[in-house]
Design a protein around this ligand. Structure first.
Ligand SMILES: Cc1cc2nc3c(=O)[nH]c(=O)nc-3n(C[C@H](O)[C@H](O)[C@H](O)COP(=O)(O)OP(=O)(O)OC[C@H]3O[C@@H](n4cnc5c(N)ncnc54)[C@H](O)[C@@H]3O)c2cc1C
Length: 403
């Protein structure tokens, strides 16, 4: 490595993807700088549901104890309601003993992960807003950032873009792919006093959007409403009115919120779907939402960010050890992502088709309610602890769709 670099790796973004990548690389002895524009702890628009395999990766990362100390709500199952009122249960615990999702506010979870990266030796720089990627001879070699009000340039042979859906790294490298569908906006808020949720979370699909209820620490519940982005942009009245009216129009949700009180503001994000044309190339690599994000319905985002970090770190480690951050050296990351994420992505697209077609959603909810073995398979696939191909097999689909 030449000495003109400020670090071996610059990680842009300290969400789950960036912090986990920085932690793993620092564990391996690399000199890592992590830049995040926020000051932590910070809130993040999210339903704050960490799926069962995501929760297991937290254990791999050595943060399970500190996460559990924050009192996350353990969700052993999800209940999904269709527009016509039928519902089914995807029971993680029944699919594999000990499996559960965790509900913990991102304010706490992301801070713990950032602290984990710092404890491993990563140089964490908060309120550091990356503005551009420095490219020389067609290759990224650093970033410019505003740090403490000053414009700075930092150089490294490898840049990890873990800066979320609106990734500056992805944009700067010309890797944005426009996504036309789904074009949804997600609105989330914390409530206190939501009733009727115990060891589970809930999804409620309606004709005008869908709602998610995820119990969190300290008696809080994350309440989300997702609707077509055009409807949100063209609304009359405030965002709060739109959010509350949307929830009130789903009777099962309205009854659970009847005596609840909203705590804090509504955070909104839309449109949510993004994708990169390439997730790694000479001198760069994208992790988490910066690489791709479809929709929060299946609760894959935090898991994908953490798993992506686990896939990225050994590839970066080998590339740095060989002094070769080339496209060829980083190609195994793209291959690993294809191997690990492609089937689940197909399941997520199928789920989107159901969610946007009420009659189909009613139909499959009824079948899954009456065929618990299928619901168990789906629980494992949704929780990412069973291979997604199990839910893509012709036998599974035939049994799901058979009258
Ligand atoms: C409404 C909604 C609900 C969701 N619900 C769930 C859910 O329940 N479960 C789930 O698993 N996933 C959910 N997701 C998805 C999940 O939030 C993301 O997939 C996850 O946060 C991705 O992690 P990340 O580390 O890639 O990015 P992020 O968590 O977005 O972190 C990116 C970080 O980069 C920083 N950053 C951004 N730009 C810059 C810059 N230019 N310079 C420096 N720093 C920068 C940001 O401050 C941020 O800290 C939801 C998403 C939305 C929108």
């Amino acid at each position: 490595m030449t000495t003109s670099f400020d670090a071996e790796v610059i990680v842009v973004g300290g969400g789950p993807g960036g912090s986990a990548t920085a932690a793993l690389l620092a564990d391996a002895g690399h000199d890592v700088v992590l830049l995040d524009k926020a000051g932590f702890p910070r809130h993040k628009a999210c339903s704050e549901y960490c799926n069962p395999e995501g929760a297991r990766i937290l254990r791999d990362l050595g943060v399970e104890e500190s996460v559990l100390a924050e009192g996350p709500h353990r969700m052993e199952a999800m209940r999904t309601f269709a527009p016509g009122g039928r519902w089914f249960r995807t029971d993680f615990e029944a699919a594999e003993s000990g499996r559960a999702a965790l509900g913990l506010s991102r304010h706490k979870l992301d801070h713990l992960l950032l602290q984990r990266a710092a404890a491993a030796g990563a140089r964490v720089c908060q309120r550091a807003h990356v503005r551009s990627v420095v490219v020389e001879n067609g290759r990224p070699v650093g970033v410019t950032a505003t740090i403490g009000g000053m414009a700075e340039t930092l150089r490294a042979p490898l840049i990890v873009g873990a800066d979320g859906r609106h990734s500056a790294v992805r944009r700067e490298l010309g890797l944005d792919v426009p996504i036309r569908w789904p074009r949804s906006t997600g609105l989330v808020a914390h409530y206190r006093g939501v009733v009727g949720l115990e060891r589970w979370g809930e999804m409620h699909v309606a004709r005008h959007g869908y709602a998610g209820l995820a119990p969190l620490e300290d008696g809080l519940t994350n309440v989300a409403f997702v609707a077509d982005a055009t409807g949100v942009e063209g609304r009359e009245g405030s965002l709060a009115d739109f959010f509350e009216t949307g929830l009130a129009a789903i009777p099962e949700v309205a009854s659970k919120l009847a005596k609840a009180e909203r705590v804090g503001g509504i955070r909104g994000v839309g449109p949510m779907a993004f994708r990169a044309r390439r997730t790694a190339g000479y001198g760069y690599l994208l992790v988490g939402d910066a690489a791709s994000f479809l929709d929060p319905f299946t609760g894959d985002g935090i898991y994908e960010a953490l798993r992506g970090a686990q896939l990225a770190a050994p590839v970066i480690n080998a590339a740095l050890k060989a002094g070769d951050p080339s496209d060829r050296a980083l190609a195994p990351y793209r291959a690993a992502r294809r191997r690990v994420f492609t089937n689940k992505r197909a399941v997520c697209w199928i789920v989107q088709g159901f969610v946007h077609t009420p009659v189909l959603m009613d139909y499959v909810a009824d079948r899954l309610d009456r065929r618990p073995d299928l619901a168990r398979t789906l629980a494992g696939v949704m929780g990412n602890f069973r291979p997604a191909r199990q839910a893509l097999s012709p036998l599974f689909l035939a049994r799901l769709l058979r009258p």
